[in-house]
Design a protein around this ligand. Structure first.
Ligand code: NAI
Length: 703
C-alpha cells in the first residue's frame, strides 16, 4: 500500500458537525475537568475549553489519513496547531474544509509526515479556528520524497514559571473517545499490540486538552476566550494512569512556551509547545504556514518586521550580513542570530542567514536558506541597507557602486530567485524599501537616491510580471529611528520614531489581504500616505507632421510643466495611449479640459471595504467573484457575511455570482460614467451564477 502523493493540494470537505452543550461537557470530562473546573462541566454559565474544537473535527481529520492512503497500523498524531479566530460557542453546527499541504519522507525505517490544514466556521458564519495537523505515519517512509525541514526549539535556561500536576485516570481514554476519536489504538489491546504498544495508549489530544487546562489555569484563569493559539509536538506515548506535569515558561506579555512530561519517568510526552493568549483581535491578519525572507533584519526596521510577522505565525529567514553602517567590516553573525533567538524565545520559528545581498550568489543563498528550512517563500522584504553619503563631486565610483550593490542590485539578487519560487506556487508578496531621498532628493546622497529610485522602477516592472501569479509588489519609504538615521534626525524626533510605527503598513503589504500592487507608501511616526509618479495633462504643440520650434516650447512651457490635474498611469501602455490620443483630440488648448484622475482596478478593490454599507447588509451572505480582463485586471472576490465585507485577491471556491468585465469598463462603471445596467445590456458586463444576488452590490456599496 503506497501513500497517495497526489492527495497534496486537493480540497477536502466540507464536513459538518452539529454539537450541543452536552458535547462540550463530555469533552471537558474527557480531559480531566470535574468539580475542580466546574465552569467547563456545568450548563449554568458553561464555558468551552478551546481544544474542544479539535474534537469537533475528528470526522474531517480522518480524511487526511484516507486520502493519503496511510497504513493505519502505524499512524500517530505528530503535531497539532490550533489558531483561534473567535471563541467557540456553546452549540451550533461547524463546517470544516481543508487540504493536505505536504507529504514528507523521513526515510525507509523512519516513516512519513502528512501535514493537513483546515478552517472551521460556525453556523453563524464566523470563522472559528484554523487547524494545522501533522500525522506521523510510521510505516510509510522511504518513497523517495523530500524530508521535512528541520526545526529547532529552545526552552529558557531557567526553571518553569508554572508547573501544574495532573493524573489522568486509568480509564481516561474510554471517556475521552466518546468525544469522537474512536481509533482502536486507545481501547483495543490487540490493535495496540499490532501497532507495537504494550497496551492501549492515551490519546495525544487528550493530554493536549489537559495541557490546555493547565495553561489556562496559569495564564488566562476563567477566560478560555483569551486563548489564541496552542501548538505542540507529540513526542512520546503516555500510558493511561501515568501522572503528568505541565511546565510553562512565560516568554512575553501574551506568549508562553510549554511542555508536558511524564512525572513518573521524566520523559517528555509533549514538547515544542507554544501558547498565545490575549484578546483575539477582530479579523486578525495571520501568516500561519507562510514563509517570509527579510533582508537586513538584524536590527532597525527589519528586526521589527521579522518579530511582528513571526508573532503572527510566519516562519522567518532573518538575513543580515552584520556589517557597519557604511557596509564595511567583515560581517558578523550576531545581529541576525540575536533576532532569531528573540523569535524563538517568543515561540516562533526562524533561521538566520548571513549572506550579503550584494552578490547574485548571496541572493541565491538567502532564498535557498528559506527553501531548506521551510520549503518555500511567500513573502520577501528587501530591506538591507547602508549609507555612504558624500557630495556629488566627492562621490567616487567605489562609494557609488557599493551603495547601489546593496540597495538596488541587492533587491534584484534576492527577488529573482524568490520570484521564481513564488511564481511556481502562484502566490507572493514583495516589499521594496525606497526612501524620501530617492523619491524627492536629498543633498549628499546621489548614490543612495539613485538606488532608492531604481527600486521603484524595479517594482513597476515586477508588478506587471507578477500579476498573473498573484505576486504583488509594493514599496515603502520608511522614516524611523535606527542606526542609519541616528545622526540625521534631531534627537527629540528620533525618540518618537520607533520602527513599530512603520511595520503595520509593511506587514499589511505582506498579507493575503493586500490587494494592491505597484504602490509606494510613506510611513513614519504613525503617518501614512501614498506617493506616485504623476504625469501632467500636457499639451500638443504644433502639428504632428513637423517638430515644433524651440521657441514654441518655451512659450508653452508653463502648460507642459504643469502637474495640475495630473494623472497616475499603472503602466507604460496607458501613457503611450494618451500620447497617441492627444493627436486625435481637438487642437491644443492652454485651458485644456482636465483629464480625470485615473483609478486602477486594484485601487477600487482596496477601497471597497471603506465604501461598504454595513447597515444595508443585514442577512446578506454572498460572495461576488470579479474577473477583470485586460492589463490592469485580475481576479478578486468580495465576501459579505455577518454585516462585514472582506476583499481577497484570487478565485473563491464558491462564488454566489461571477462578474466579468474589462479593466477599462470596470473603472468607468465604478467611476459612474458607465451605468451598470447599460454595461450589462451592452454585453460589457457578463454575470454568471445568481444574477439576482448580483443586484445587491448597489445596495451594499456606496459610490
Ligand atoms: P539599519 O542599519 O538598522 O538596518 C539595515 C540592516 O541591513 C543592517 O542590520 C545591516 O547589517 C544590514 N545590511 C547591510 N548591508 C547588507 C548586505 N549587503 N546584506 C545583508 N544585510 C545587510 O537601518 P534601517 O533604518 O532599519 O534601514 C532599513 C531600510 O530602510 C534600509 O534599506 C534603509 O535605506 C531604509 N530606510 C530607512 C529610513 C529610516 O528612517 N530609518 C529612511 C528611508 C529608508
Amino acid at each position: 500500500m503506497a501513500l497517495n502523493l497526489d492527495a497534496v493540494g486537493k480540497k477536502l470537505g466540507p464536513v459538518s458537525k452539529e454539537y450541543t452543550w452536552k458535547d462540550v461537557v463530555l469533552y471537558a470530562l474527557g480531559v480531566g475537568a470535574g468539580f475542580n473546573d466546574l465552569d467547563y462541566c456545568y450548563e449554568k454559565n458553561l464555558k468551552v475549553i478551546p481544544t474542544f474544537s479539535i474534537a469537533t473535527i475528528f470526522d474531517f481529520l480522518s480524511h487526511y489519513a484516507t486520502n493519503a492512503n496511510i497504513n493505519l497500523a502505524g499512524i500517530l498524531h505528530g503535531e497539532q496547531d490550533l489558531i483561534f479566530h473567535a471563541p467557540i460557542p456553546l452549540d451550533g453546527t461547524l463546517t470544516t474544509e481543508g487540504k493536505i499541504t505536504h507529504i514528507y519522507d523521513k526515510g525507509a525505517k523512519k516513516g512519513a509526515l502528512i501535514i493537513g490544514e483546515s478552517e472551521t466556521r460556525h453556523s453563524s458564519g464566523k470563522k472559528l479556528f484554523t487547524s494545522i495537523m501533522t500525522l506521523f505515519s510510521r510505516f510509510d517512509g522511504g518513497f523517495g520524497g523530500e524530508n521535512a525541514p528541520q526545526e529547532t526549539f529552545l526552552y529558557p535556561d531557567r526553571a518553569p514559571d508554572f508547573e501544574i500536576n495532573e493524573t489522568p485516570s486509568l480509564d481516561q481514554p474510554l471517556l475521552y473517545r466518546l468525544s469522537g476519536d474512536v481509533f482502536p489504538l486507545h481501547v483495543d489491546a490487540d490493535f495496540a499490540k499490532m501497532a507495537g504498544f504494550e497496551k492501549p495508549i492515551m490519546h495525544g489530544l487528550c493530554t493536549y486538552g489537559y495541557s490546555c487546562r493547565a495553561l489556562m489555569q496559569s495564564l488566562t484563569p476563567g477566560s478560555p476566550d483569551k486563548v489564541r493559539r496552542l501548538k505542540c509536538r507529540f513526542s512520546r506515548p503516555l500510558m493511561p494512569g501515568d501522572p503528568i506535569t505541565i511546565q510553562i515558561w512565560k516568554t512575553g506579555d501574551e506568549q508562553a512556551i510549554w511542555k508536558t512530561i511524564n512525572t513518573k519517568t521524566g520523559e517528555e510526552v509533549i514538547t515544542n509547545g507554544i501558547f498565545e493568549f490575549g484578546d483575539i483581535p477582530k479579523d486578525e491578519i495571520r501568516f500561519d504556514g507562510q514563509v517570509a525572507v527579510i533582508t537586513g533584519a538584524g536590527g532597525g526596521l527589519g528586526r521589527v518586521y521579522a518579530l511582528e510577522l513571526a508573532k503572527r505565525g510566519a516562519k522567518i529567514v532573518v538575513n543580515d550580513l552584520g556589517s557597519a553602517r557604511d557596509g564595511s567590516g567583515g560581517g558578523s553573525a550576531t545581529p541576525a542570530q540575536k533576532v532569531v533567538d528573540e523569535i524563538k524565545a517568543a515561540g516562533g520559528e526562524a533561521v538566520a542567514n548571513y549572506d550579503s545581498v550584494s552578490t547574485p550568489e548571496g541572493g541565491e543563498n538567502i532564498v535557498k536558506a528559506a527553501l531548506e528550512a521551510f520549503g518555500k517563500v511567500d513573502i520577501l522584504i528587501n530591506n538591507a541597507g547602508i549609507l555612504r553619503d558624500k557630495s556629488f563631486t566627492k562621490m567616487d565610483p567605489e562609494n557609488w557602486r557599493t551603495v547601489l550593490d546593496v540597495h538596488l542590485n541587492g533587491a534584484y539578487h534576492v527577488s529573482r530567485p524568490a520570484f521564481k519560487v513564488m511564481r511556481e506556487k502562484g502566490y507572493g508578496r514583495i516589499v521594496m524599501t525606497t526612501s524620501a531621498a530617492g523619491l524627492y532628493g536629498n543633498f549628499g546622497q546621489t548614490n543612495y537616491s539613485s538606488a532608492k529610485m531604481g527600486l521603484v522602477g524595479l517594482m513597476n516592472a515586477m508588478k506587471l510580471e507578477g500579476k498573473k501569479y498573484n505576486i504583488n509588489v509594493n514599496t515603502v519609504a520608511p522614516l524611523a529611528a535606527s542606526r542609519l538615521t541616528e545622526d540625521i534626525l534631531p534627537p527629540e524626533l528620533f525618540e518618537k520614531m520607533k520602527p513599530e510605527f512603520v511595520s503595520p503598513l509593511v506587514v499589511y503589504l505582506c498579507s493575503t489581504k493586500c490587494a494592491v500592487t505597484g504602490n509606494i507608501y510613506n510611513a513614519g511616526m504613525g503617518f501614512f500616505n501614498r506617493a506616485a509618479v504623476v504625469t501632467g495633462p500636457g499639451t500638443t504643440i504644433g502639428s504632428a507632421e513637423h517638430p515644433p520650434a524651440i521657441e514654441d516650447i518655451i512659450e508653452k512651457h508653463a502648460t507642459v510643466a504643469s502637474l495640475k490635474n495630473g494623472k497616475f498611469y499603472f503602466e507604460l501602455n496607458e501613457q503611450v495611449g494618451d500620447l497617441i490620443n492627444a493627436f486625435s483630440a481637438p487642437a491644443e488648448s492652454t485651458t485644456a479640459e482636465a483629464p480625470k484622475q485615473t483609478l486602477t482596478v486594484a485601487d477600487i478593490f482596496s477601497a471597497m471595504p471603506g465604501s461598504f454599507n454595513a447597515a444595508g447588509a443585514a442577512g446578506a451572505d454572498v460572495v461576488f467573484q470579479y474577473h477583470i480582463s485586460g492589463p490592469g485586471g485580475g481576479d478578486w472576490n468580495c465576501v459579505v457575511q455577518n454585516n462585514s465585507c472582506a476583499i481577497n485577491q484570487g478565485i473563491h471556491e464558491k462564488p454566489t455570482c461571477t462578474l466579468k468585465m474589462s479593466d477599462n469598463d470596470f473603472i468607468d462603471m465604478i467611476g459612474g460614467t458607465l451605468p451598470a445596467m447599460k454595461a450589462y445590456t451592452s454585453g460589457k458586463l457578463k454575470i454568471e451564477g445568481d444574477i439576482m444576488k448580483s443586484q445587491l452590490i448597489e445596495k451594499l456599496f456606496r459610490r
